[in-house]
Design a protein around this ligand. Structure first.
Ligand code: ZN
Length: 281
């Protein structure tokens, strides 16, 4: 067993407590539980307003470890794809206002009614390419999050770290370091090439590390994620690979759990996150 992680590196992805708390409560909760990082979702930001939210986050001494999320590039027609681009440009501006470490890209799946997976992947590549200059000039890093293949149809047709890194090389190979990846343990723990691909990414491309656990059995594709330590992912091993590759950033807890953690008192959830970060990560 490796040494426990630095408790200062714990971050809260606000999806973890999204059912019971608004953004102000989340910010207060992080401060109370001495969680230094926060990663808000845009729906919660919209309730407060981005400038107000940025101020509240700063006033509480928190670091925005990521903004969730941009992406969703494929569309049924040109208009739909342009709407997605416009939305991503706004998300980049919001990430800049928040001084977020990155804007997380969940890239999108097949357009409704389509079976053209290679085509969807081209739309993703083109979409990221279309917003990259804006991100670069805004000083916002874009983090492609490969999602588990079970989400390929409806959420993300980028499913492995290798695929995400290929996109980084193709679109951002000049070394500007605007484009990188999120390693979310839930999505990539099963991948036989995970260690190699984390090494390949290196500290320049590793922009965020999301943690939770894979429950056996998993009752729901989206909202049955486990607290660290309750499932089968060897989180200390993956953290060791990340650190070996030079990653020094936050460990962001992201637990979508309709049957368990969303039902509980968020203060209990945050207290549990702090303990499990030390004992299971
Ligand atoms: Zn994630």
């Amino acid at each position: 067993m490796s040494n426990p992680p630095d408790p200062e590196l714990l971050s809260l992805n606000t999806a973890t407590v999204r059912e019971k708390w608004n953004l102000r409560q989340m910010i207060g909760g992080c401060a109370r539980h001495r969680i230094r990082g926060i990663s808000p979702w845009r729906d919660k930001l919209a309730e407060v307003g981005v400038k107000e939210a940025a101020k509240a986050i700063r006033d509480n001494g928190l670091v925005v470890t990521g903004l969730c999320r941009g992406g969703m590039f494929p569309g049924v027609d040109r208009r739909a794809r342009q709407a997605a681009i416009d939305d991503n440009l706004r998300a980049i501006d919001d990430a800049a206002t928040l001084e977020a470490k990155c804007l997380v890209l969940v890239v999108g799946g097949l357009p409704l009614g389509s079976k053209d997976l290679p085509g969807a992947r081209e739309m993703v590549r083109d979409g990221i390419g279309d917003v990259l200059d804006h991100a670069r000039s805004a000083g916002v890093r874009l983090a492609i999050e490969p999602l588990h293949p079970m989400y390929c149809a409806d959420r993300a047709c980028v499913n492995t770290l290798a695929q995400a890194l290929d996109l980084c090389d193709e679109l951002d190979g000049s070394g500007s370091e605007t484009l990188g990846v999120v390693v979310d343990a839930y999505h990539v723990w099963w991948d036989p090439s995970l260690k190699t691909q984390i090494e390949r990414a290196g500290d320049k491309r590793l922009l965020a590390f999301h943690i939770c656990d894979w429950l056996v059995p998993t009752a729901d594709l989206l909202t049955d994620r486990g607290m660290m330590g309750d499932g089968v992912i060897d989180l200390p091993l993956i953290r060791a690979w990340m650190e070996g590759a030079g990653y020094r950033g936050f460990h962001e807890v992201e637990i979508l759990s309709s049957r368990n953690w969303w039902q509980r008192d968020p203060d209990e959830v945050l207290a549990t996150c702090r303990v499990r970060h030390q004992t299971a990560c």
